[in-house]
Design a protein around this ligand. Structure first.
Ligand code: NAD
Length: 269
């Protein structure tokens, strides 16, 4: 059994991770962390997750929770995720970062820290979404420049970052497959007299509504036809199962910043 710490353990994703670790056979929960001042500190992580007693109380110190752990799973917020990476790097513990909204500076620092530890970082841990990246590149290359590409994502109204890291990654994969620079052709929403659509534009649109778990549609619009490829997450469990798969995979790997494609053995442009 691999010993695991969940940070953000009373959050939406954290609770599902705690519950599924209990259900699965590969990992054992040895630590559960929440932010200082969280009202559930001291309570059993399993009880917070609605799966009974685990014997693991919620604490606010990552350093304490990391003792005896082989892997840390972080689903929190960017500043907390970076703090966790620093702590895990000092302790020599592998990491899975699911937190989205990391900046380029954060990612550069993560790469520095991963000289000492292996870490899987991915804004989308869903196996289905990661399988889709390769398919999108293939469709884009086959269709070529004659089709307009629009990426439409929808998430619950609590989501803090926009567009989703997944939509951004999809746009990057599509741009690279077509030899375009997303910095030049990327458009994020439209408003006002924007004029005719330039043919090489890759547009990304974000919907925020209710409790939508996560949906991504990639639309290739041609003359007389269109293709729409959609991934819909039905619950957070698909992200959580992917994160647990990443956690079991990353322990014992050489130090490096990996992503979910490495876990699944997939290659995309
Ligand atoms: P949430 O707000 O329900 O949970 C986040 C939890 O982290 C909260 O309980 C909060 O108190 C805790 N937290 C914040 N700062 C902390 C700190 N300094 N130390 C310890 N805990 C801290 O959010 P959520 O829906 O669970 O999502 C969490 C993150 O995971 C977001 O960035 C979200 O976008 C991302 N996410 C990623 C994937 C993926 O597949 N990679 C899937 C779903 C969500």
């Amino acid at each position: 059994m691999i010993t695991a710490v969940v940070v953000g353990a009373a959050g939406r994703m954290g609770k599902r991770l705690v519950a599924l670790i209990r259900e699965g056979k590969d990992l054992q929960l040895v630590g559960a962390v929440e932010r200082a001042g969280h009202p559930d500190l001291g309570r059993d992580a399993g009880e917070i997750a609605g799966v009974g007693t685990t014997g693991v109380p919620l604490v606010d110190s990552v350093e304490t929770a990391l003792r005896g752990a082989q892997v840390l799973l972080d689903f929190t917020a960017p500043a907390a995720a970076m703090r966790d990476l620093e702590a895990a790097s000092r302790a020599g513990v592998a990491v899975v970062v699911g937190t989205t909204g990391l900046s380029e500076t954060d990612l550069a620092r993560a790469r520095e820290l991963c000289v000492r530890i292996p870490c899987v970082q991915s804004p989308n841990m869903s196996v289905g979404v990661n399988a889709l990246y390769g398919i999108l590149a293939q469709v884009a290359r086959t269709l070529g420049d004659g089709y307009d590409i629009e990426v439409i994502e929808a998430h619950h109204h609590f989501k803090k970052d926009s567009p989703s890291g997944t939509a951004e990654r999809m746009a990057q994969v599509l741009a690279k497959a077509l030899g375009r620079d997303l910095g030049q052709v990327g458009v994020y929403g439209r408003h006002g007299i924007v004029g005719e659509r330039p043919p090489k534009e890759i547009a990304v649109h974000a919907i925020r509504a209710g409790d939508i778990v996560g949906e991504h549609t990639i639309l290739f619009g041609g003359m007389g036809e269109r293709i729409e490829i959609t991934h819909r997450a039905h619950s957070r469990d698909n992200f959580a199962w992917g994160a647990l798969r990443a956690a079991a995979w990353v322990v014992g790997k050489p130090p490096k910043l990996y992503d979910m494609l490495d876990v699944l053995g997939l290659k995309v442009p």
